[in-house]
Design a protein around this ligand. Structure first.
Ligand SMILES: *Cc1c(COP(=O)(O)O)cnc(C)c1O
Length: 366
């Protein structure tokens, strides 16, 4: 078994999981309908409500986050979908909607940018859309949009807002109830610092009420199945029990830290990267954020490399120094690197990684 000290794996998902959380998974199986498991399930849901800032039930589904993009679409009102695309995951959300048989209108801006509200509104006036898909923190570019403003705008046109908040829930403010999000989803393996395999979502009351009349919702990913199971208090089918053991332990630790303290810790790490980039630029290294100032994710920094550098060699050189970060994604694969500073990572883990990255960039390309 590989043992690696915690804090060297700054990958943009999956993220590093603390050894005690990994160990929590190695407990015996039990009936998922038994009293003990139902109590555990209720604790997990109650702690997730704090994380999502909601009084609604939180669905804890044994699947990866993409499944909940599909769930969001399956229960969305009938009619065309407006998809905001500014990176790989927002493109995926649009594609999932199409694959579920929806007519999709994409509003695309260059990867890394955020959609001007005026541009979104121009599309909303043109046609009565049923729902809008948006990614809060685009992990492929490190861009954070103003999800609250997008939701308000959508609601003004009677359009439901379906939000992928995979790398923002647990890292930066997501106010499910206050912002009126109609469907918001995340995965276990990003800012919640759990192993992959669980995904969590909240559906608003208006969303659930109208979902009942939407045909063809399927079964496993039918939001109503999950709402009904949540009201009964338990999972709709056999869950990934070991992952629930991990989630129970981790969510208690997150509650102890406090969600606002967690947001502040992520903001501190993002500010460290801002300072580090400015310092490198000051010494003549042409490294920049892919996302514009004021619209940067607190959990993942996507950095465009100097023109003579390539992500493969930079990531490999950093690996030699004991740190794992990610290459770019898709069309940004070679030209950018992505540092995941989320989950249970702390400034004291990020600082030596950035120091090592300075050494790599000061040295000639290999
Ligand atoms: C990781 C990620 C996903 C996909 O999650 P899976 O768990 O791999 O299905 C979706 N959206 C965003 C923003 C992500 O970062």
């Amino acid at each position: 078994m590989t043992v690696r000290p915690f804090g060297r794996f700054l990958f943009p998902g999956p993220t590093d999981v603390r050894p005690e959380i990994l160990q929590a998974m190695a407990q015996p199986m039990q009936s998922h309908r038994g009293e003990a498991f139902l109590a555990l399930h209720a604790r997990v849901v109650a702690n997730l409500q704090q994380v999502f800032r909601t009084t609604r039930p939180v669905f804890a589904v044994s699947a990866s986050a993409t499944a909940l993009m599909e769930m969001a679409i399956r229960g969305a009102p009938e009619g065309p979908i407006l998809s905001l695309v500014n990176g790989a995951f927002s493109e995926r959300f649009a594609t999932v909607a199409q694959q579920c048989g929806r007519r999709v209108r994409r509003v695309s801006v260059p990867w890394g940018e955020v959609h001007p509200l005026g541009l979104i509104e121009r599309h909303l006036v043109e046609e009565p859309f049923a729902a809008l898909t948006v990614v809060h923190s685009e992990t492929s570019t490190g861009t954070l949009c103003d999800l609250r403003a997008v939701t308000e705008l959508a609601h003004r046109y009677g359009v439901m807002c379906l939000a992928d908040a995979v790398t923002s829930v647990g890292a930066s403010p997501v106010e499910t109830d206050t912002w009126g999000l109609d469907f918001v989803l995340t995965g276990s393996q990003k800012a919640l610092a759990l192993p992959p395999g669980l995904a969590f979502a909240v559906a608003s009351e208006p969303y659930i009420l109208q979902a009942a009349v939407v045909p063809g919702r399927g079964r496993y990913l039918d939001p109503l199945e999950h709402e009904e199971a949540a009201l009964r208090g338990g999972p709709p089918s056999t869950p990934a029990i070991p992952l629930f053991y991990a989630a129970d332990a981790q969510l208690q630790d997150i509650a102890a830290e406090g969600i606002e303290a967690r947001w502040a810790r992520h903001a501190e790490m993002q500010a460290m990267v801002e300072r580090w980039v400015s310092d490198r630029q000051a010494e003549g290294i042409a490294i920049t954020f892919q996302a514009p100032a004021g619209a940067r994710s607190l959990s993942v920094s996507c950095l465009a490399l100097p023109p003579d550098r390539e992500s493969r060699e930079v990531v490999a050189a950093l690996e030699d120094r004991g740190f794992t970060i990610g290459r770019g994604y898709s069309q940004l694969k070679d030209s950018t690197i992505r540092i995941g500073h989320m989950g249970d990572l702390r400034p004291e883990h990020l600082a030596p990684c950035l120091e090592a990255l300075t050494d790599v960039l000061r040295a000639a390309p290999r």
